[in-house]
Design a protein. Sequence first.
Length: 126
Amino acid sequence: MKLPLALSLLFLIAALGSSGCGDDEVNWLEQANCTGIDVDLNTYDLAVKAVLDASCALSGCHDAATQSNGVNLSTYLGAKAAFENGNALCAINHGDDCFQMPKGGAKLPSATINLLACWAKNGYKQ
């Protein structure tokens, strides 16, 4: 009788220890350092679109025609949606719980990632 009880306790402890209580989750927006980034210049039209077009909204990836995994980063609304749900920031930061982007490529420079995160943090200005 003691063995099943001991095993039950071990399973309970293991389940509680790996229950994803949120302590290990990364808040990519909180990590953004927007000091020195001009909110009026860090808009989709003036800064973000060029980065996404060059790195993400490429033919065969997240462009209007392909929309890999249902993500279209070639438009303001598509980009905003991808960043609002947190998937885009996780992907470009090469987070553990998401697809690392650019697929098969090197992580974007930290300054570029920060620019995108600050765009999101400051309200997705167009």
